[in-house]
Design a protein around this ligand. Sequence first.
Ligand SMILES: Nc1ncnc2c1ncn2[C@@H]1O[C@H](COP(=O)(O)OP(=O)(O)OP(=O)(O)O)[C@@H](O)[C@H]1O
Length: 559
Amino acid sequence: MEYSGDRSLAGLTRRMGLWLGVAVLLGGGAAVLLVLQLAVLARIVADLAFRGHAFGDEWHAVGLLLALLAGRAVLQWAADMVATEGSLRLTSALRAELLRHLFAVGPVGIAGQATGQMVTALGDGIAALEPYFAQYVPRAAMMVVVPLLVLAMVLHLDGWSFLILACTGPLVPVFMALVGYRAQAIMDRQWTQLLLLGSAFLDILQGMTTLRLFGRARDAVTAMAGMADEYRRTTMSVMKVAFLTSAVLEFFSSLSIALVAVVFGSRLLEGKADFQSAFLVLLLAPEYFMPLRAFSASYHARQNARAAMTGISRLFALPAASARPDTHDASTASLVSVTCENVTAGYGNGIPVLSDASCTFTRDVLTVVTGASGAGKTTLIRLLLGLLAPAHGRIIATDEQDVMPAHWRDRIGWLPQQPRLIHGTVAENLRLAAPTADMDTLRRVTAQADALSFIEALPQGFDTPIGERGARLSGGQVQRLALARVLLRNPQVLVLDEPTANLDPQGARRVAAAIARAAAGRIAIVIAHRPAMIAQAGQVLRIRDGQVRAVPHGLECAA
Ligand SMILES: Nc1ncnc2c1ncn2[C@@H]1O[C@H](COP(=O)(O)OP(=O)(O)OP(=O)(O)O)[C@@H](O)[C@H]1O
């Protein structure tokens, strides 16, 4: 189910609620044990050095010290584990939500987004949130808890030291925020460059053939090297800011601890203070700044996360396609027709591609849709598939009981112009449509799609590995294999986008005949221009000037 809550960093932090609460509680417990541990240590040293105790008298105290040390280590470990677990759960939920959202947006909605940027947002982007929730947020909480605890203890021991620590401590976050403000701009730039680098790399890989054909491979490598160098320079700027931040922190903490040592030390020499308290305050002072150090070390995690969140939020902001279901009827009877009623549709605010267009597709009548390039054939298919919503009019499906079933679009099988094969064997590619299909079923559908003979001629038959884009297969073989995969789902509506476009006349005839066989008992809609395909049609529709019109018999080839 789609999560509808706040997806800002603050909103996501609230979603981690319980995990974060437990992590802070455990961290707070570890801090209490730390203060106790230092108090016991100060007492042991004072007893041995100034109260004339023998080492043997201190066994109990040493035992307690070791127990506190072990207890603190366990609590700290548990706090880190809980925070990491919570962060991983949250980020994997977010990754799933983003992927679900992109599916809901659909291919038409994400068409304007660079694939590389989406890959970077889903991968590196969400991974950049993990240290934010696992380290930055718990450390931000500990930065308040531990210093307050130490301050309370110091107040009990010495008012002057309390005053020094209480005044210098808040200066650190103030200066860090000033430095961090500049760092955020650099981090944003670094993130944008990483996104661009991801897109450029993917573009180069996908367009390798074109680049080589046009002799631009060297230019592409040079451009890529330039971008990588730019990214390196920005990363070095980020590092400089990180070093500056820790220098600020070290300066203030050293100054403050030195002040405490001088002030308390001089009073100790004058005999106005006792050693145990002075020693304990000196042990506590560095611990006062320790959470600030840990926080500062993970501060870049926040800036990284904020920069990554910009890219992630942009994807979440894409509107979901809204062409889903217009009915709640649960009928399971077979579909007999699909009708476009006075449909007007297009992209953005431009001139509509289809304007008040109407047409009907009926079971057992193979419909071929033709029209000039850019006329709107693919747009019509997108409407049927529910990937595009009509601005006006409606698309209705009717089954044998004369009702429109909910989710009738789930019964559509679609073969795009360039079907995508995955990196795997022939059988794995087919089983994408039906993971549990047995070999007999695979043979049956491949025979129906006229693909069985070439599959059996492959070196390992159905177990032959084929490249991501069917590198080992011809264009016609890829089409027939993809047709078999669509048929494996036994769709009631078959929608095919130019399945014979890139085939030789003989290949086109074979694919057209296979489609005509597969069309029996189904609503079949094929975009095509080839005479071989048109010859198989029971109805030919032509799209022109935003209208869909039936072409009378005998005039099909002129369509
Ligand atoms: N995602 C999109 N965003 C904006 N305009 C688009 C988009 N897809 C298509 N168009 C425009 O809509 C019009 C119809 O395109 P469509 O792809 O439906 O044509 P077609 O008949 O399938 O063309 P072809 O035969 O060349 O594939 C074209 O003018 C095209 O530029």
